[in-house]
Structures are given as structure tokens and as C-alpha cells.
Design a protein around this ligand. Structure first.
Ligand code: GLN
Length: 303
């Protein structure tokens, strides 16, 4: 297994040249575009890793399915999906186009949907809400050290006007309630949590194991919530590339502009890959190529 991981890293690393670092959040553009890491954890708890699998990066949109789980647990399934849909958009992750009209975001994997989801997290103030999000991420990643990357958070806060506009419009239309600046601030913090490939592979392993932590064997997410979130990752997790990713790789996955992709193989593996050079849709190029190779060599596609 380790040899397969090493091979797929070596075979695909050079694709970083075809991508670009996210620069709309200036602090993300400081990443090393050649860096690659892979981590795979099976549901017996064995882990396999190669490359820069311990390098820290901002979780960005890989946070969206995890916060969605917490929001459903804090409220309930109907409450959440009354406000946010479950359909793919075919549009970029930060698009404003399909918000016009009712402002109900199409799905929780795009920014508008994720901001609405973050607004549903319970807590007496933002500090408590962020603590709850961070603790939930730590629990799924089995890493008590996860923390905020302050520089990325501030950079995102300074440049996040597109997200602010999505949020203000959703508030006007009654999709979200409360103080918009506080809601987007919480969303920026959630996106700026530092993780490694291993952390997101651990998170994915819980999903792959249908909500039961493979190591502690404790149920952390209900089977039903795990199924809903895995389905949304399959249909919407790679934004307007979700269709071709389903054909080429065939796994539930979620990408983030920090360069991470979290993928799960039902009842088998949680996978985390990292490579900060992105394609034009905001997905890690090297990450997608590696997942394609792993899927083919290990026959992992769910289709
Ligand atoms: N924080 C990023 C943003 O809101 C998340 C986008 C992403 O990772 N695709 O723009």
C-alpha cells in the first residue's frame, strides 16, 4: 500500500505546473505549489501516508461537510434542508447567479449554502460557536491540536466581500438570521482551521465507516446524517467538476482552495490528499490526479 501511494505521488506531482495557487485570499498564495501529501486510513484504523502528509494547510471548503454534520445535529435534517437545497449548481463555488429569487442556496457545498449552514450552529456567542466547530473538527480528526491559522483568517476576512454579499442577500430574503458580519466571521474562521492530510483522512474514515469512529468504535454521526453528507459530497463536493470527477474517480469527495481534498471509500478508506496548485474550478490538480490513479489501481470507484 505504501508503495502504491509513493508511486502515485511520483507519477502525478508534476501536474502542479498546470495549476495555480489560490490568490484571491492573498495568504493562500504563499503556499509551496510543489508540495504533495497523501494519507489513507482504513476502517480497521491502519494508516498509510507519503510525501508531505504532515504539512499544515487551511481546511477551507473541506470544512463544509463537517460543519454541515454539526448543523444537522444542532437542529434537524428538515430545518437545515428547508433553508439549503441538495441540488448541484454547475456554477463556480462562489457564484451569486443562482441565488437570485428566493435566495435558497442550491446546496451546502457552495459558499452560499455553507454560510447558511454555519449560521445554524448553536452557541451563546461567536466564541462559543467557533469552539464547538473546532472541537467537532478535532474529534473527527482525532487531533486535539487543530487550531486557527490567524494569518489566513485575517487575509480571508479582509478580502471576503463576495461572501459578505451572498450573506447579506440571504439575510434580506430570510434564509439566514442574525448579525451578518458575525456569521461570515465564523465562516472565515471555520475555513482557516489548519489541518494535515492525515487529519482530513481521519475525518473521511468516520464517514467511510458510516459515522462510527474506526479506532474508538464509537458512533459519532448517525448513519442517516453520514449517508446524506456522503451523497452531497458525491454530487456537489467538487463544484462544477463533480460530474467528471464522478466518472474519473467515482468517490465522495470535498475539495478546498487550501489544496486539500478529503475522499471516502465506503466501508474501506478515508483519504486525504494535499497539493495547493488548483484547477480553474478551485480543486487541487495533483490531488485529483492522485485520487484518479488510486481509484483505478485499487478499484475504488463506487460506480
Ligand atoms: N473560504 C473560501 C471562500 O469562501 C472557501 C472556498 C473553497 O475552498 N472552495 O472563498
Amino acid at each position: 500500500m505504501n508503495a502504491i501511494l509513493r508511486d502515485s505521488l511520483k507519477n502525478n506531482q508534476a501536474y502542479y505546473k498546470e495549476g495555480e495557487l489560490a490568490n484571491y485570499i492573498p495568504a493562500l498564495a504563499k503556499a509551496d505549489s510543489k508540495a504533495v501529501g497523501i494519507s489513507m486510513i482504513d476502517i480497521e484504523g491502519n494508516s498509510y501516508s507519503t510525501g508531505e502528509y504532515e504539512k499544515k494547510f487551511a481546511i477551507q471548503s473541506v470544512s463544509k461537510p463537517i460543519t454541515l454534520i454539526l448543523a444537522i445535529m444542532d437542529n434537524d435534517i428538515d430545518f437545515v434542508f428547508n433553508k439549503v437545497g441538495v441540488e448541484p449548481t454547475g456554477d463556480p463555488f462562489n457564484s451569486i447567479i443562482k441565488l437570485t429569487g428566493s435566495a435558497k442556496p442550491y446546496n451546502p457545498m457552495i459558499n452560499a449554502g455553507a454560510i447558511a449552514v454555519t449560521s445554524m450552529i448553536k452557541g451563546k456567542d461567536n466564541e462559543e460557536k467557533f469552539k464547538r466547530i473546532l472541537n467537532f473538527f478535532r474529534k473527527l480528526a482525532k487531533n486535539d491540536k487543530l487550531k486557527l491559522d490567524q494569518e489566513i483568517y485575517l487575509s480571508e476576512k479582509e478580502t471576503g466581500d463576495r461572501n459578505r454579499s451572498l450573506a447579506y442577500y440571504m439575510k434580506d430574503q430570510g434564509i439566514i438570521e442574525g448579525d451578518v458580519e458575525e456569521i461570515v466571521d465564523l465562516y472565515f474562521k471555520q475555513c482557516s482551521i489548519e489541518v494535515t492530510c492525515k487529519d482530513i483522512a481521519n475525518m473521511a474514515a468516520v464517514l467511510a465507516n458510516q459515522g462510527v469512529d474506526p479506532i474508538t468504535e464509537k458512533r459519532v454521526i448517525s448513519k442517516k446524517i453520514a449517508r446524506i453528507v456522503r451523497t452531497l459530497m458525491t454530487t456537489c463536493g467538487m463544484y462544477d467538476k463533480s460530474g467528471s470527477f464522478a466518472i474519473e474517480v467515482g468517490l465522495a469527495a470535498k475539495s478546498g482552495v487550501g489544496g486539500g481534498i478529503m475522499a471516502e471509500v465506503p466501508k474501506k478508506f478515508g483519504i486525504g490528499v494535499y497539493g495547493p496548485a488548483l484547477d480553474d474550478k478551485g480543486n487541487s490538480i495533483v490531488g485529483m490526479k492522485i485520487l484518479k490513479e488510486l481509484s483505478q489501481r485499487l478499484n475504488l470507484s463506487i460506480f
